[in-house]
Structures are given as C-alpha cells and as structure tokens.
Design a protein around this ligand. Structure first.
Ligand code: GLN
Length: 527
C-alpha cells in the first residue's frame, strides 16, 4: 500500500513547506523508497500559468506542459522526479471538474456540495499516483485557518478516517518567532495554529518549527505538551546557508526514522550521506552574473534560473552571485560592466526589450559570456539581424504585428494549438543538436528533450541571412524550427528557445547552465 504524508502550514505563509517536504522526501528516497510530491493550492485560479509572477513567483513548467506553482521546481530539483499536471491542483481546477460533471448530469440532480462532492474529488486526486510510488508527499498550500483551505483539511480528515492509521501522517510546519525584547522564542502562535487544525478534526503527528534560532528541550517539551505530539517529533528547521542543507539537518534529528515508524515502514537501504557532503561544499571561487529582466523586483520570479545557477556553481566549485538588472534603468551598462556573464531570461511583452537588445550587443562585442532563454533568444536573434545583417527594423510580431521584418513570429503550426495555454508551445519537445556546435559540446549528445513555454519562434525564412553573418542555428525541432542559436566567433554565446532552467537537479545541473558558469569564470580570470 502506498503511504501518504500531508504537509500543512500554520502561523505564516512562505515558511518553506515545499522545501521541507522535499527535504523529507529526499531522506525517504535515500532510504530506498520511490517518492513523489504533489501540491494542492486553495486559490481559485484554474491554472497558475496566467498568474502574475510579481504576486506568485515564477510559473514552473512541468514535463507535460502544465503551468504550475514554483514549488514543483523544488520537488523536481530535490527528488529528480518529473512532475506533470497530476502534481498540481487548485481549488479552481477541482471545483471546475465538479461543476462540469454536474452540468453533464453526472450527479443525477442531487444537491452538489463541498462535502462530499468537492472533498471526494480532492481525495481522488490524492490518489493519482497509487501505482507508481511508495510514498506521496502532499503539500497543502496556504495557511491553516484560511477559509479556502477548509475543504482540503476536511478531505485529509476523511482520508484518515477511511484508511488505516499507518497509511498516512500529517506534518504541520509552523513559525517560532523570536522576540528580541524578551530574548525568547515564542510557541504561542504554534499552539494557536495547531488548535485551528484541531477545529478541523486533525492532529499533527509531527511539528516542524521554522526558527531563526536553535531551540532547547524546554521548548520541545512545551510544544509537545500543548500540541499533543511526542517530544522527538518536534523538529527544528533553522535558516541554513543553503536550502539543500535541510535534508541533513532533518537526518540529524532522525525525522525520516520518526516518519517511517509512524507509517510502519522499514528502510530499504541505509542512507548514504554522500549527498549531504555534495551540497555542502563552499566554493572559494566566485563570479557575478547579470540577470536582465522585467521582474527584477521579485527574485522568486526567476526561481528556477537562480537555482540552476546555484546548482551549476556547486558542481563547478564556483559561487555564483546574481546581479538583477532592470533593462529600462539608466545604469544598466554600469551594472553589467562589473559582471562576468550576461543572462537574459524568458518574458512576455515589449517592455524592456530594447534594453535587453543593447545588453546583448554589449556581451557580443565585448566577448562576455551570454546566455539567452526563450525571449532572451528571440532578443539575440533580433539583435543579430539589426546589427550584423543591417535589418534595422527587425523585431517580433509579438511587439509589432504588422512589421515588415518579422524575425520572430508565430508559425502556422503554432496558430492551430488549442491545448492548455492557448497558442503556446508548452512542455517537453525533442530537439536535434548540430554536431560540432557549442550546444553539442555542452549536451554531449545529438538528441535532447527540453521544456517550452512560448508562442513565437525564430522565423525560418531568416536562418540563411543570419547564418552568413555568424549567428548559427545549432539545434532544431523537427528539422525546421530553430531551438538553439549561437555565435561561433565568441567564447560563449548561446541562446535557447526552450527553458533549460526547468531540468536542473541537485548534482546534475542543466549542461547549458554549467557551461555558462564555467565560461563566465574563465572570462573573469582572463580579463
Ligand atoms: N514572449 C515570447 C513568446 O511567447 C517568449 C516567451 C518566454 O520567454 N517564455 O514566444
């Protein structure tokens, strides 16, 4: 029987339920179990793809093209699993399913209600992985006490009632605030949030406390007594220099053993602590990377890029420091000049595009390592057309629908896509990489699979013209649509139509990121 671990959060949002769940998942995986994770978000957006990155952080693209919450990125990076639509659920999607069923007469005229219809749908989605995994960790978004979250708590209560005691367990993540005037960590908010859980008919089996300061046995005893959990099941989650260190801290507190005991599981293998060592290395070398994008005010908007740079740096022994640069700011050049590599991430709309193009000219002419992603690649193509091929009005039909020089445009094939994101190309697609190219050197193979999220493409009519002036296409989808471009006469200039940031893993960063970080370090030492 598959086992379920539910993770709820109390006191405050942003405590790191995703990272905590994924860290526990890693320990269980290292103990020999097949583990996956799923997220259930109480908000009513049917599809997180259209949510504003400023409010919600990046949209993570799952392998099947589902546009999801950024927590799925943590699941993939920590556990190395591929997520799909089944790993992400929102109230909006759940209610939509139930309402559509009702409209088709499925409920035969019965009154359709939160209990049992919505909760039944939630429970059936809990079970989406029944045949493929030993353990599923289910993260409930939001904070206990939110009105929208109640059906999820009720579904967990029913799930516990309907299954054997050791089939599931509940972990509650809370905050222990430190009140400096009193010089004390406070447990009261935790007590309150556990009592909110109790109102919903749930008692946690384990309490993980986010804290800035380590706590002693007295605090554990207090939480244990007031919240009705065993003392050893009160776990500390401190702020560590890297989120990838959390599994080791959980390991030291034997969280995995407590979980396995609760679920009546015996470890299938002994944990090899090498993983902990690998993520702990502190590189002594360092570089600065300029990230030039529209959402520089909120770093979560580029989460997977930032994590990919970090993981590539970890592998290469280089500490990557990010400098976020607004392409519309007056001091853009000043900021870029002190860096060792320029990265232009994906994005939508015209704002900032001219600044990004200027940054690309700078990187190309000064032989600064350059890495463009999606819109970043489209800007690199426009830059080359304007400045190498003298097509001065080169642009994308995204910015000027009637342009005479549509270097980037929507291809006919694209216009007919009617799935999830409307006309977007979403999720995994294969690409063939040209032998002898930089891309081939990085990937070390000809056939690659990467994830997409875009509407416009490099117009194949211009490939020849750009090629003659040095911007070559080194990867194609279906032998026709450009996927990767590069400039051969440059130490490292590469841009991809796909999003390589979604396939980086701990100890296995995406090869383009690794190459970019190494090239940027070489640039630094050769300067
Ligand atoms: N706006 C561009 C497009 O739709 C690029 C999208 C992106 O960078 N993700 O094609």
């Amino acid at each position: 029987m598959i086992k379920y671990i539910f993770v709820t959060g109390g006191v405050s949002s942003s405590l790191g339920k995703g990272v905590s769940g994924a860290s526990l998942g890693k320990l269980l995986q290292l103990s020999g179990f097949k583990v996956t994770m799923a997220k259930f978000d109480p908000y009513f957006n049917v599809d997180p793809g259209t949510m504003n990155p400023y409010q919600h952080g990046e949209v993570f693209v799952a392998s099947d093209g589902a546009e999801t919450d950024l927590d799925l990125g943590y699941y993939e990076r920590f556990l190395g699993v591929k997520t799909t639509k089944a790993n992400t659920n929102t109230s909006g999607g759940i209610y939509k399913t139930v309402i559509e069923r009702e409209m088709k007469g499925y409920y035969k005229g019965k009154t359709v209600q939160v209990i049992p219809h919505i909760t039944d749908e939630i429970k059936s989605r809990f079970k989406a992985f029944d045949n493929d995994f030993d353990i599923v960790i289910i993260e409930i978004g939001g904070t206990v006490g939110d009105i929208e979250g109640l059906p999820f708590l009720e579904a967990i209560r029913q799930f516990r009632h309907e299954n054997k005691k050791d089939d599931m367990l509940l972990i509650h993540l809370t905050l222990l605030p430190y009140i400096s005037a009193a010089g004390e960590l406070k447990t009261k908010p935790t007590q309150h949030s556990v009592s909110r859980l109790r109102d919903a008919g749930l008692t946690p089996d384990i309490i993980v406390c986010r804290t800035e300061k380590s706590f002693d046995d007295d605090i554990k005893k207090k939480i244990s007594l007031f919240c009705n959990v065993k003392k050893e099941s009160v776990i500390e989650a401190n702020d560590y220099p890297s989120i990838y260190m959390l599994p080791e801290h959980f390991f030291n507190q034997k969280l995995h053993t407590i979980v396995m005991n609760n679920l009546n599981l015996k470890p299938k293998s002994e944990i090899n602590t090498e993983w902990f060592q690998q993520v702990k290395t502190q590189p002594t070398k360092s570089i600065f990377i300029a990230i030039i994008g529209k959402y520089v005010g909120l770093k979560d908007a580029y989460k997977s890029i930032s994590e990919s740079l970090y993981l590539a740096g970890l592998k290469a022994g280089i500490n990557v420091k990010e400098i976020y640069v607004d392409p519309d700011s007056d001091d853009m050049y000043e900021k870029i000049k002190g860096t060792h590599g320029v990265l232009i991430p994906g994005g939508y709309g015209i704002r900032g595009v001219e600044g990004k193009i200027k940054a690309i000219t700078y990187a190309r002419e000064n032989k600064v390592p350059f890495f463009g992603i999606c819109l970043g690649m489209q800007c690199a193509v426009i830059e080359a057309a304007r400045n190498l091929c003298n097509i001065k009005d080169a642009t994308s039909t995204e910015f000027d629908t009637d342009t005479k020089s549509p270097l980037i445009c929507m291809l006919n094939e694209q216009k007919t896509i009617t799935t999830l994101g409307g006309t977007q190309r979403l999720g995994e697609y294969k690409a063939q990489v040209k032998e002898g190219s930089l891309a081939h050197k990085l990937y070390q193979k000809k056939d690659i699979v990467e994830r997409h999220r875009h509407r416009y493409e490099f117009n194949p009519e211009y490939i020849e013209t750009l090629n003659e002036k040095g911007l070559i296409v080194s990867g194609y989808y279906n032998q026709t649509i450009p996927e990767i471009v590069e400039i051969a006469d440059h130490p490292f200039f590469i841009a991809t139509q796909f999003h390589p940031e979604f396939t980086s893993r701990v100890n296995n960063p995406n090869p383009v990121f690794l190459g970019f970080v190494e090239a940027s370090y070489n640039y630094k030492i050769n300067q």
